[in-house]
Every structure is written in structure tokens, then in C-alpha cells.
Design a protein. Structure first.
Length: 252
């Protein structure tokens, strides 16, 4: 695997008294796609949210251990969480377009970060939509409501919105679960393109999707990291019997 962009050391996450993640250590490779797989409730999404401290928005959450982004612990007291979430963007399960124009959806983040010149915003909007493979579909209606877009278009719009603030890492929590097969295929093509420039971590319940889009795969079970391998090895020759049972559909 390539050099690690994120290194997680002895991570434990608690929701009040519930111990959700148990002593997780993993090195997430730079400019690759890492898939997180496992049954519902196994800790995948909790782990994903720990990578940009989104778990802290849930009352009663406690995190122990280290998450190093380019060697710097994001849980250190001096961490600027706003800046962290700019560097580590998030795409959620359901498309979450804002109730405003397509243009304003993309310009929203740059404006928050102080960019106000229209010519600069125009460039960011076009660049981000092109990166998300959406520009040709919406360039003639940038002023229309983003809520008029299809589900697949809205999800690519959300990705464009994340890209508009120049992240280094993109987290995706089951981004295709609400999409039809054609929109899913477009999203997977987009992920393959984006990994040239970004480190991507994706939660998916779809084994075929994990096999198609990821370079490395981590299997979680009951809050434990069971196995982390290059994707082909994990699916073809897993080291743990529990991993084999899960990826072959014999789990449970």
C-alpha cells in the first residue's frame, strides 16, 4: 500500500456507557480508496465520523486514542475543528442538497471561508462541478433550485460542494444506498477519478461495490477491526474465517 494519509492508533469510541469501537489501529493509504465493510451496527460509520470528529456532535460521545492526519493528531487540544472538516470532507448516505440554487450550493463553502469575488466563485463553481462530472448537465441552469435535480445528480452536487473547499480527504457514508443502478455507476466512475487527487474512505454494505471501487478494505465486526488488506486479497484470500464468511454471504 502507498504512504499513509491517516494513521489511527488505539482508537476507542464510547457513546455514554456503550463501547462502540475497540482499540482500532489502521493506516489509511494516501490517494487510494479504502472501503469499510461489515454488518449493520459494527462500527463502520462511527469509525468514519471519528476521522473528522463528527462524533462530537452526538451528546455523550467520548474518544480515546489518536487519529493522525499527515502525522498530526486531530484530537489534540489545539486542533481547529472547522479547518479539520475543511481538509476532511463528508458525503452522507442521503443526498443533502441545500434548498438554494445549484450555484449557491457550490459557492456556500467558499463564501463561508471568505471568498466573495464573483469571478473567483464562478471559477470554483465550474471547477467543482466539472470534477464531479456534473457541469455539462447543469451549466445552463445554475440559477435553478438544486432540489430539482435527480437523486444521483444531487449526490454528485454534494460531492462538488465538498470539492469546492479543496479537501485532502473525502469520507463517504454509503453514498450510493439511495441511488438507482445508473446513478450508482456514475458515482463509482467519479470515485475512480477522484482518487487521483484525494484520499477516499467509503462505508458500503455492497460487497460488489467495495470490490469494484476500493484499493484496500477493512472488515469491522462488533466494534472490532477484524482484517485490513488490499481489496483483492481480502475478497479472494482473507486471513480470518469471519471475514471469509461475511464476504461470501455465509455470515451469521
Amino acid at each position: 500500500m502507498s504512504q499513509a494519509k491517516i494513521e489511527v492508533r488505539n482508537l476507542n469510541v464510547y457513546y455514554q456507557q456503550y463501547h462502540a469501537l475497540h482499540d482500532i489501529s489502521i493506516a489509511i493509504p494516501q490517494q487510494q480508496v479504502t472501503a469499510l465493510i461489515g454488518p449493520s451496527g459494527c462500527g463502520k460509520s462511527t469509525f468514519l465520523r471519528s476521522l473528522n470528529r463528527l462524533n462530537e456532535l452526538i451528546e455523550g460521545t467520548r474518544t480515546e486514542g489518536q487519529v493522525l492526519l499527515d502525522g498530526v493528531d486531530i484530537y489534540a487540544p489545539q486542533t481547529d475543528v472547522v479547518e479539520l472538516r475543511k481538509r476532511v470532507g463528508m458525503v452522507f448516505q442521503k443526498p443533502s442538497a441545500f434548498p438554494m440554487s445549484i450555484y449557491d450550493n457550490i459557492a456556500y463553502g467558499p463564501r463561508i471561508h471568505g471568498i466573495t469575488r464573483k469571478v473567483e466563485l464562478d471559477e470554483i463553481v465550474e471547477r467543482s462541478l466539472r470534477q464531479a462530472n456534473l457541469w455539462d448537465e447543469v451549466k445552463d441552469r445554475l440559477g435553478s433550485s438544486a432540489l430539482r435535480l435527480s437523486g444521483g445528480q444531487q449526490q454528485r452536487l454534494v460531492i462538488a460542494r465538498v470539492l469546492s473547499i479543496n479537501p485532502e480527504v473525502i469520507l463517504m457514508d454509503e453514498p450510493a444506498s439511495a441511488l438507482d443502478p445508473i446513478s450508482t455507476a456514475k458515482l463509482e466512475d467519479l470515485i475512480a477519478q477522484l482518487k487521483r487527487d484525494y484520499t477516499i474512505v467509503i462505508v458500503t454494505h455492497n460487497m460488489q461495490q467495495a470490490a469494484r471501487v476500493s484499493d484496500a478494505t477493512a472488515f469491522f465486526l462488533n466494534g472490532d477491526l477484524i482484517e485490513f488488506q488490499p481489496t483483492r486479497k481480502l475478497f479472494v484470500n482473507p486471513e480470518d474465517k469471519r471475514t471469509e464468511d461475511y464476504v461470501t454471504g455465509r455470515f451469521g
